[in-house]
Design a protein around this ligand. Structure first.
Ligand code: NAD
Length: 376
């Protein structure tokens, strides 16, 4: 049981949060008897400074040869004037393409202890735990032809295209995930208007026959956008195409209360990629106040999808919940103003490293307690 993980801390708060994710991952894998090696490489702005390119050859090679890749974030204001192909973000796009993951998984979880950090009412958020599965390599972002034209007047066009095979493979990911959750898939499309959505709906319906234990419903994207805010608790797994998934997954972020809480996994390619949803946060970089929980939750996804350690993933998620339940917060987790003033108050604001250490210690406790329980 040996695992080779490439870490790409990147820029800004990337190294700060990745350090804490690695710390937790190392502890869990050790508890489960894994031998793990972490090899760090440069990507993004740091790679431009060191090697003159946002995705050096050595970085790409190391990623392709590892079992999984854990990334922090890339980007920073000093690179904003570079042409798009030379900017830090080009390194990340190149990496995603090389790894080839077609399914982007984004959990949106409402932790009850920090429900007061979300603009949504606590009763709406109660028990919300959604997994958005977004198709990542097809649709309008990649379709050809695309571009600008000048005659008869300035115009621009993009092409939304999906093949049956592209829809099938991401639908299978969604149904398999639903099997391990609450056995419900909501497929989101715009089948009343778009042919790509009609094919999407037909294909997902056909794939669903292979999963008779899963409940499938279909929803138009406009209705889904509204329902995510009014009744988020009615969703389990949402599967949708690239553009709709991009928008809905950002919308669902309000459920978790802070950008710093959000994790993601990109799976289905040669090597899977795990990264928090947030960027390099240059406004707070170097101050030791970044929230590492999104990065740590991404490490939990790595355990789930790249090692099959479902129990280990749940241990990390339980540890995050425990630490929040005890009242520990990073600075971003501040209560929203309610109609009658603050609905709650953070009990103790901790630094990035303190939060990492708290989760590490909580995960060891969670595993110990479970093992003691099963030994009795
Ligand atoms: P951002 O996610 O970096 O920051 C948005 C806001 O959220 C900021 O106020 C920031 O302080 C806060 N924030 C982000 N992560 C946080 C954390 N872990 N803890 C506490 N607060 C956190 O987005 P931005 O400001 O639009 O972009 C900054 C840079 O990051 C840009 O160069 C952008 O291109 C890049 N970016 C990279 C990625 C990525 O690497 N995947 C994603 C988005 C943006």
């Amino acid at each position: 049981m040996r695992l080779d993980i490439t870490t790409l801390p990147g820029d800004g708060v990337g190294p700060e949060v990745t350090r804490e994710a690695v710390r937790v991952l190392r502890t869990v894998l050790d508890l489960y008897g894994y031998e793990v090696s972490f090899e760090e490489h440069a990507v993004g702005g740091v790679a431009i400074r060191q090697f003159g390119a946002p995705l050096p050859e050595a970085t790409a090679r190391a990623c392709m040869e590892s079992h999984a890749v854990l990334l922090g974030a890339v980007g920073g204001p000093e690179f904003d004037s570079l042409p798009p192909g030379q900017r830090p973000e080009a390194g990340l796009l190149g990496l995603r393409q090389a790894l080839g993951g077609f399914a982007n998984l984004r959990p949106a979880i409402a932790y009850s202890a920090i429900a007061d950090c979300s603009p949504l009412r606590p009763d709406i958020l109660k028990g919300v735990d959604i997994l958005i599965v977004r198709e990542l390599l097809g649709g309008i972002y990649f379709g050809e032809p695309r571009g600008f034209s000048a005659s008869p007047g300035p115009a621009a066009s993009n092409t939304m295209r999906y093949s049956e095979a592209e829809i099938e493979r991401v639908a299978h990911v969604a149904f398999r995930q639903a099997r391990m959750r609450h056995r419900k898939v909501t497929s989101v499309d715009k089948a009343n208007v778009l042919e790509t959505s009609q094919l999407w709906r037909q294909t997902v319906t056909r794939v669903a026959r292979e999963y008779p234990e899963i409940r499938l419903d279909h929803m138009y994207v406009d209705a889904c956008a509204m329902r995510l805010i009014t009744h988020p608790g009615s969703f389990d797994v949402i599967v949708t195409e690239n553009l709709f998934g991009d928008i809905l997954s950002d919308e669902a972020a309000v459920i978790s209360g802070s950008l710093g809480m959000l994790a993601s996994a990109t799976i289905g390619g040669k090597v899977d990629l795990y990264e928090p949803v947030h960027g390099s946060a240059p406004d707070i970089a170097g101050r030791g106040i970044a929230n590492p929980l999104g990065a740590i939750a991404s490490a939990a996804l790595l355990l789930r999808h790249s090692t099959g350690l479902e129990q280990g993933a749940q241990d990390v998620e339980d540890a995050i919940r425990e630490v929040l339940d005890k009242g520990y917060r990073t600075a971003d987790l501040s209560p929203q103003q309610g109609e009658s003033g603050q609905r709650g108050r953070a009990k103790r604001v901790v630094s990035t490293t303190e939060m990492g250490a708290l989760v590490e210690s909580a995960v060891a406790d969670v595993v110990d307690r479970r093992r003691a329980y099963h030994a009795v």
